[in-house]
Design a protein around this ligand. Structure first.
Ligand code: CTP
Ligand code: MN
Ligand code: MN
Ligand code: MN
Length: 373
């Protein structure tokens, strides 16, 4: 019998962007279980269910101590019946049958393997599974047509499914910095994504590039890519040009959460630690076991949009989603990686820093290391 007075009751605000979520997660077993169900839902094109599980997991990530009894969860936001049932099963039986059977299911395993190929999304994977393709061997035998990204993804499958370390991210930062200052002195490179949030590993390395003088960043991406390519650092790249200013009357009201910056999705050829010289300007590695492939995302932003781009590309994905939901539902504002629009005043709100954006949104500032929702 538990004495009610001794049960630690938790309390958290309902939007993830109102909470401080560090990497110090006291409920890993529970959040792993809910994240797996979220992933399964997303891979099955059930985004609504996916978000519900992601929100539930994020609430547990924000708790200051492990959950030991269901009674502690009373009054917590975002915990629906389904999530509560999963948590209860784990607290009582150490595992959830639903999570275990999902993990073991042929369909989930095949979806994981196939979407583990860079360039393959859940729709493509689903189509292949319906054609009887469940693994890489069957894919190669099938004669299915692969686009350029998927070919590169398949070729570097093992490397790209191995986590990138902070040391590797730092080595890539040096290369990208060298490339950027070589083609445009004064331009700035910032590490974003999970590594900016303090993660020690990631699935890729994300960079935001800008120049302190508005307009100087125009045309930068192709030059950076050309430099990297000619120095032998790129195994694959696809650059998408900026389309934000192409809207007829200047920047349109942010409508979708897809941003329209000039961006480059790439695969780097990174020398292994022993092979990395002091000089980064030329990639001299030759033999296959002296380098590995690493996914790298590059984004170029004009300085006027930099704070929004930095906030938008730092993540986590759920934190970003919650910021936009907060802006829309609580403040009648539209937030994107380009701008913040106030629907009541019918005008854009300027910001030169992330702090100013949080202030516009009426939110306490949350530093990157506490955006790990
Ligand atoms: N992002 C985006 N548009 C995309 C892809 C990503 O705005 N098409 C943003 C995400 O919202 C996130 C950031 O870029 O804020 C980083 O995304 P990603 O690299 O996928 O995630 P990380 O948080 O860096 O996690 P990981 O360590 O696994 O890379
Ligand atoms: Mn703690
Ligand atoms: Mn990332
Ligand atoms: Mn990324």
């Amino acid at each position: 019998q538990i004495n009610e007075a001794e049960v630690v009751l938790f309390s958290v605000p309902s939007y993830a962007c109102q909470r401080r979520t560090t990497l110090d997660n006291h409920n890993v077993t529970l959040t792993d279980a809910l994240s797996l169900l979220a992933e399964n839902a997303e891979l099955s094109d059930e985004d609504g269910r996916g978000v519900a599980f992601r929100r539930a997991a994020a609430v547990l990530k924000a708790l200051p101590a492990p959950v030991t009894a269901m009674s502690q969860l009373t009054g917590l936001p975002c915990l629906g019946d389904h999530s509560l049932r999963v948590i209860k099963d784990i607290l009582e039986n150490e595992a959830s049958d639903e999570v275990e059977s999902t993990k073991q299911s042929d369909r989930f395993k095949a979806l994981k393997v196939l979407t583990g190929i860079f360039g393959v999304g859940s729709k493509t994977a689903d189509r292949w599974i319906r054609d009887g393709i469940h693994n890489l061997h069957q894919l190669q035998e099938s004669g299915a047509t692969l686009n350029r990204a998927q070919q590169a993804g398949l070729e570097h499958y093992n490397d790209l499914n191995q986590q990138v370390t902070k040391a590797e991210a730092d080595a890539i930062t040096e290369i990208v910095q060298e490339a950027v200052v070589s083609v445009l002195p004064g331009a700035q490179v910032v590490l974003t994504g999970g590594f900016r949030r303090g993660k020690q590993t990631g699935h890729d390395v994300d960079f935001l590039i800008t120049h302190p003088e508005e307009g100087r960043e125009v045309g930068l991406m192709p030059k950076v890519v050309f430099w990297l390519e000619s120095q032998g650092f790129l195994l694959y790249q696809k650059t998408t040009r900026n389309s934000y200013l192409e809207v007829k009357d200047g920047p349109g009201r942010p409508s979708s959460n897809m941003d329209r910056f000039e961006r480059c999705l790439s695969i780097f050829k990174l020398a292994k630690k022993e092979e990395r010289g002091i000089k980064v300007t030329v990639n001299t590695v030759k033999t296959r076991d002296s380098w590995r492939a690493v996914r790298v995302d590059l984004v170029v932003s004009p300085i006027s949009q930099f704070a929004f781009a930095l906030l938008g590309w730092t993540g986590s994905k759920l934190f970003e989603r919650e910021l936009r939901r907060w802006a829309g539902h609580e403040k009648a504002m539209s937030l994107s990686s380009h701008a913040l629009y106030d629907n009541k005043q019918s005008r854009y709100l300027r910001a030169a820093s992330e702090e100013e954006i949080f202030a516009h949104l009426g939110l306490e500032y949350i530093p990157p290391s506490e955006r790990n929702a």
